[in-house]
Every structure is written in structure tokens, then in C-alpha cells.
Write a protein that binds this ligand. Structure first.
Ligand code: HEC
Ligand code: HEC
Length: 221
């Protein structure tokens, strides 16, 4: 590619995809405000953004900040319908600064894949807190080899080879299996936006999804 078109591509192609992420001004991040806003979110998504209800409430901890902010803006504009979040996904309840702060705050929470080894005499409260910061998707039965092929051929170019996600693309690994499955159904039913679902998701059947979820459940150990 001639250098000029390459520069053009570098400047303009990713622009649409990273626009929302680029709007997150890290210098303006206000942690106190994030902690205030987080009190609302924690009621459903957990005090460490670990989610709950076996995937009724997705994990938010460690998701890319630009992605979190983009989804909350989509909830506010009703582009993505989320009934439990309707009452406060509004400009009044969650102005842009709040969306920025909570997105950055949640993206920085690190959950451990397993419990640490506690030093002797560690108090039970510390242990309890550590337990809540462990997140590991329970293993799902399924054809791992087939699941691996679905991920590598179908999803990896955007969601990453190990399903870990990218700036504007959510991870598929490390998220509740039931949540991922429900989102696939929403996407295929046209209730949730996704790049070309006919091309990328429609070709697969239930057995492929079972296999994919089984494989994904091995990737966050
Ligand atoms: C009353 C419960 C409730 C509260 C409070 C709540 N959420 Fe949610 N949220 C949900 C549910 C339910 C979903 C999943 C919707 C679905 O299944 O599509 C969700 C989904 C999300 C998602 C999408 C994640 C993904 O990968 O698809 C984001 C981001 C999110 N919430 C952010 C927040 C933030 C930030 C707050 C606090 C300002 C918050 N939520 C407060 C219930 C809640
Ligand atoms: C061309 C890029 C691309 C490909 C290929 C792709 N995805 Fe996605 N996927 C995205 C983007 C971007 C989003 C975020 C969509 C949004 O903002 O609503 C997404 C969102 C999702 C979500 C929602 C996850 C969540 O936490 O809310 C699921 C589930 C999903 N994709 C599954 C798949 C599967 C399964 C495959 C492979 C069979 C796949 N995708 C292939 C780009 C892609």
C-alpha cells in the first residue's frame, strides 16, 4: 500500500471504532465521583463489578473502558434495550462525566481467577473479600475442539484469539456463559447490535454455541 493511503487508513479507519474510547479523557477521571456512581451499579453488578445471579447481571470488572462507556450510552439512547437499567440510564442520572468515571473505574478492577493462598492468621473478613474478587467461569460440558474452531475461525479476529476482547469489543472468555448465550440470542433476534450478524453468527447452530461456551469456559483458568 502506498504510504499516503496507509496513513489515511491509519488515521481514519479506526476512527469510528475507537471514537467512544477516545472520548474518555483519563486526565479528567474523578475517582470520588466513580465511587459514588458505583454505589448504584454495585446493587446489581456486585461490589467488585463481578456480576451475579449466574449471569443475570454480567461481570463488568476489567471490561474495556471504552466498551463499558459505549454500552451505557447505548442504554441511555435506548439503542440497546435494558429494562432493569432504564430508570437511571438517562442523561440526568448518568451524565457523560459519570459514564466516563464509572467506565474507567470498572475497567481497572482486576478479579483473580482463583483464591490466593492465605498467610496463617489471615482474618475471616479479608478472606471473605478475597472470595468475592475471584471470578472463574464454571466449566461447561461440550466439544472443546469444535469450540476452539468456532472461536478461531469465527470470532477471534475481533474478540481475540483467547476471547479476551479489545478496546471496543467485549471479551467472550471470563464472562458468565449464560450471559454470553443470551446475548447471542439477542444479536440473532436483532435486539442487539453486532457487526454483520448474518455473516458472523448466523452460520452456527446450537451445538456450535455449546462447544464455543465449553471452550471459552477453559480460557479464564
Ligand atoms: C437494577 C439492576 C442494574 C443496575 C443497578 C445496573 N445494571 Fe447494568 N445491567 C443490568 C442487567 C440486567 C444487564 C444485562 C442486560 C442484558 O441482558 O442485555 C446489565 C448490563 C450492563 C452492561 C453491558 C455489559 C455487556 O458486556 O453487555 C453494562 C456496561 C452495564 N450494565 C453497566 C452498568 C453501570 C455502569 C451501572 C451503574 C451506573 C449499572 N450497569 C447498573 C442491570 C443493572
Ligand atoms: C467483525 C468483528 C466481530 C466478529 C467477527 C465477531 N464479533 Fe462479537 N462483537 C463485536 C463487537 C464490536 C461487539 C460489541 C457490539 C455492541 O456494541 O453492541 C460484539 C459483541 C458480542 C457479544 C456481546 C458480549 C457481551 O459481553 O455483551 C457476543 C456474545 C458476541 N459478540 C459473540 C460473537 C461470537 C460468538 C462471534 C464468532 C462466532 C463473534 N461475536 C464475532 C465484533 C465482532
Amino acid at each position: 500500500m502506498p504510504i499516503r493511503s496507509l496513513l489515511f487508513a491509519l488515521c481514519f479507519l479506526p476512527a469510528a471504532a475507537t471514537l467512544r474510547a477516545a472520548e474518555l479523557d483519563l486526565n479528567a477521571y474523578d475517582e470520588d465521583n466513580a465511587l459514588d456512581v458505583h454505589e448504584i451499579c454495585a446493587a446489581c453488578h456486585g461490589e467488585f463489578g463481578q456480576g451475579g445471579g449466574d449471569g443475570e447481571y454480567p461481570r463488568l470488572a476489567g471490561l474495556p473502558a471504552g466498551y463499558i462507556a459505549g454500552q451505557v450510552e447505548d442504554f441511555k439512547s435506548r439503542k440497546r434495550l435494558n429494562i432493569p437499567m432504564l430508570p437511571f440510564a438517562t442523561e440526568r442520572e448518568l451524565p457523560a462525566e459519570d459514564v466516563r468515571d464509572i467506565a474507567i473505574y470498572l475497567s481497572r478492577i482486576k478479579l483473580a481467577p482463583k483464591l490466593p493462598v492465605f498467610a496463617e492468621g489471615t482474618d475471616s473478613y479479608t478472606k471473605l473479600l478475597a472470595t468475592r474478587q475471584v471470578f472463574n467461569v464454571p466449566r461447561i460440558e461440550g466439544d472443546l475442539a469444535r469450540g476452539r474452531v468456532v472461536l478461531q475461525k469465527g470470532c477471534a479476529k475481533c474478540h481475540g484469539k483467547r476471547g479476551a476482547g479489545r478496546a471496543q469489543v467485549p471479551p467472550l472468555a471470563g464472562q458468565y456463559s449464560s450471559y454470553i448465550r443470551r446475548q447471542i440470542d439477542h444479536i440473532l433476534a436483532g435486539r442487539r447490535s453486532h457487526p454483520d450478524p448474518e455473516k458472523y453468527l448466523r452460520p452456527y447452530d446450537d451445538a456450535d454455541w455449546q462447544a464455543l461456551l465449553a471452550y471459552l469456559s477453559t480460557l479464564d483458568d
